[in-house]
Design a protein. Sequence first.
Length: 438
Amino acid sequence: MARNGRYGLNEAIQVGFLGCGVVGGAAARIIAEHSPDLEERCGARIEIKLIAVRSLAKDREVSLPDQSFTTDPFEVVSDPDIHIVVEAMGGIEPALDLILTAIKNGKHVVTANKELMSTMGRDLVEAAESAGVDVLFEAAVGGGIPIIRPIKESLAGDRIRRVMGIVNGTTNYILTRMSERGEGFAEALGEAEALGYTELDPTADIEGFDAAQKTAILSSIAFNVLVVAGDVQREGIARVTAQDISAAHELGYEIKLLSVSEVADGAIAARVHPAMIPRTHPLANVRDVFNAVFVEGEESGELMFFGRGAGGGPTGSAIVGDVAEVARHIVSGGTSIGWTHRVRARITPLDNVRVRYYVVLSVLDEPGVLSAVAGVFAHYGVSIASVRQEGSGDGATLALITHAGTEGQHSKTFQELHALDVVKAVDSRIRVVGTEEL
Ligand SMILES: NC(=O)c1ccc[n+]([C@@H]2O[C@H](COP(=O)([O-])OP(=O)(O)OC[C@H]3O[C@@H](n4cnc5c(N)ncnc54)[C@H](OP(=O)(O)O)[C@@H]3O)[C@@H](O)[C@H]2O)c1
């Protein structure tokens, strides 16, 4: 491309879009509206050449001439004038095929697609490296929160020990309603649906699939090994009850759907599950649809990144930030750091992951119950940090918090408690996070 003084290029950098929905539409609008600022910041004008959509009949957030739209996404990735392809359609196929074709055709790619990056990220980045182009994916985790580039670049000099986060806004909204208004899960889910915070099928949010994909990406970037979504242990929030939340409050905790990944002895333990977290922890105060990622570095200590984890504006802003980064590389040369590793992570087997639990048991109201229960915990080497007896008669319960032990020890303990005559039911078991080194 021809260069021009301090602005670097005297011809515009052309962007093609795959998708113009919530995210693509906002990103395209931001490029159009912020054009002079982007030119100042990147050293080149950035223009939108072509946008692929499914329907040409819909109104779009960005106003462009009719000929800027096509229903053939392969037209975008094959257009010789396009330098950067923004993939904002989602799903695995045809997004994967389209991105690989774009890379093969020498185009840089910016994507918001966590599903794709958490399963095929390494392949995409390797293909991009062979072709000498960038694949950037800041928008895939945490919406508008800058987190991928800060970990890859600003924290490159540190060793990260643990990353904990609230990375799904829908479940955080539901748990906030349950916590602050005493609503049950179904009622709070209904509110989230009415406000348009859920997908048509809320399973990916509620059951933790969405958070697991983001956890895989974060773990890969933080620990320089390849973690894929299937490596992440996952449990959703559907079993969290209003009683669990009020019990958590009495003990000084909030319940959040937490993404936790940590490294020990060279192996990665990555998981997503509801967890009790002390109200004094910064993550406990992340409310509504907000997201936050809490990073613990050996040198930098504790860092928290907070903001809107979804929505057109925030996610579009992250996409345009990546487009600007690519534009700077086009102007001044070089490429981005893609996936900072190649090697598959060694994953800590689930049974070996160290955890603490809050457990509520419905028990018979008779002498000897506590010692029988304590005996089961002791048998499997799980020590009890606190225990409370509540209620009487049919409503007698025991609420316990354990000290750190493995998932394996805890799960054997729970199995045997189920079989104990004096235990009518294991009503709740929720992991406790953020209170002690494991
Ligand atoms: N929404 C968020 O807040 C958010 C946040 C972070 C990341 N993301 C990710 O961003 C991506 C896009 O999400 P979104 O919420 O923007 O989705 P969306 O609103 O459903 O938009 C998808 C867009 O892709 C187009 N499209 C889908 N399949 C196509 C095909 N085969 N050919 C041509 N166009 C096609 C659709 O066209 P029509 O408009 O004609 O239907 C639509 O414009 C996903 O990977 C998602 O995980 C979303």
